[in-house]
Design a binder for this molecule. Sequence first.
Ligand SMILES: [Mg+2]
Length: 224
Amino acid sequence: MRRPLVLFDLDNTLVNRRGTLAGWSAQFTSRHGLGDQEQAGLLGMVAERTYPSTFDAIRTRYGLLMPAEELWRSYCADIAAMVSCPGAVLDGLDELRAAGWRVGVATNGAVDIQWDKLRATGIVDHVDGAFVSEEADARKPEVRHFALAAARCGAALGDGGWMVGDNPVNDIGGGHLAGLRTVWVDNGRSWVQQAPDPDHTVPHARAAIDLLLRCTAVRARTAS
Ligand SMILES: [Mg+2]
């Protein structure tokens, strides 16, 4: 039987990016002698995406002396030191692979920081492959992003599969366009009605893993 594919988003799906950034911004403002008000503004600047150029803007806005490149390197190291993936999720990735799934990560972002996070959390040791959008300038929701992520796992989109993520447009809309079934990690939010709806909604990544493991059990019963 062909091994089914599942791709996971990274930020706010496998790892809590929002929580990590809150800790980082407190540390950064304290280190650079900035106040609480600056912390909120700083969080706003890194909330959606963070690239080396983000630190050009931060340096200018807060009058920092450290070169932007150094600020970026320090950001990558600090985030890698703070970010974690719950043990139950890492175990779940292993359980999926043991049950015959090909497991991958499909994430938008800069190569440095995303791979630093994949390595620091240990996720890289629990999946078959991972793809970061900047590696080939292919961002979700572009279908090419999912095709490249599938290829990293030795799979092809034509064989179908699943996409699990928290972003309605990038993960659910993009996954659907790529021909994948979708699981939305709601992180406590309500779905804002927009097409396409996810095939399933779960509160967190571990619940998505349990859902997929139940699918494996059904497939096995059907095949026997
Ligand atoms: Mg995400």
